[in-house]
Write a protein of this length. Structure first.
Length: 259
């Protein structure tokens, strides 16, 4: 299953590592009902960001994160030491519940195989597109698109803010880019926002974000309550989404040609 690639002409690239729902049959057969539910999908993320800005590049994967998490360190080192999280090939949900039938979790060898088959191609595509953009414009902006349920006690306390901006404590992008996104979110009436709170940016943001080498990366983790139903059947809410899309569009337009 190859990553999806849309090549645009602007400096902006949208990465979407967790919107896929496909699970190979051989893996699906080993999942229990919790795994088959796919509760931890970044539901409708492609639809939410569709056509917000012109001429943007997109790299996505059709695979579900339960197959492999494309936003995790390939060496499977925790991005948040001391805090609950999930692994490169998750074995639990975001609630800490097992997703595999007894004795069916992937072995170390299988994890490495999945990394080679699924994680590496996604990042090969991402790296190549960022370099193409950088060669054309002299710089590239990677905006990593994510969403999550508002209440996940296993991962964080309380209710998640609506906009969760991550720049790895300001190191993954230029300060002007962080400020541009932060200002749009702060001005969004009725919405809440935080920068480098519980979500400081995943492996994608931390790995590619290098302002000194003209690659700026920022992660946006959205609270799903702002555009969809946070329970099965995980329905997209057109009215809620329309309001959120206005603010996302403002942020993307503001950063697309920032430099």
């Amino acid at each position: 299953m190859k990553p999806g690639i849309v090549r645009g002409g602007s400096p902006l690239l949208l990465a979407q590592p967790h919107g896929g729902t496909e699970i190979p049959e051989a893996i699906l057969a080993r999942l229990n009902n919790h795994g088959r539910e796919r509760a931890d999908t970044d539901w409708h993320i492609g639809r939410l960001y569709a056509n917000l800005v012109d001429d943007v590049s997109i790299v996505s994967t059709p695979l579900h994160r339960y197959v492999i998490d494309a936003n995790r360190d390939p060496a499977d080192q925790s991005l948040y030491p001391g805090q609950n999280t999930t692994s490169l090939c998750p074995t639990t949900t975001f609630d800490g519940t097992d997703i595999y039938l007894p004795g069916q979790a992937p072995s170390a060898d299988e994890i490495q195989q999945r990394r080679h088959l699924y994680h590496q191609p996604y990042h090969d595509a991402l790296r190549d597109e960022l370099e193409r953009i950088r060669q054309k414009h002299g710089y590239a902006i990677l905006y990593d698109c994510h969403s999550i349920r508002s209440l996940v006690p296993y991962l964080f306390d309380g209710r998640l803010p609506d906009f969760n901006i991550g720049t790895n404590a300001g190191t993954s992008c230029d300060a002007a880019l962080e400020a541009a996104v932060r200002d749009v979110c702060a001005a969004a009436d009725g919405y809440t926002a935080v920068t480098n709170g519980r979500f400081k940016g995943g492996w994608t943001t931390r790995h590619y974000g290098n302002p000194e080498k003209d690659c700026h990366a920022i992660q946006m983790e959205l609270a799903q309550r702002r555009y969809m139903q946070e329970a099965p059947p995980w329905a997209y809410d057109e009215t809620l989404a329309a309001g959120l899309r206005q603010h996302l569009a403002r942020a993307l337009v503001k950063i697309q040609y920032l430099y």
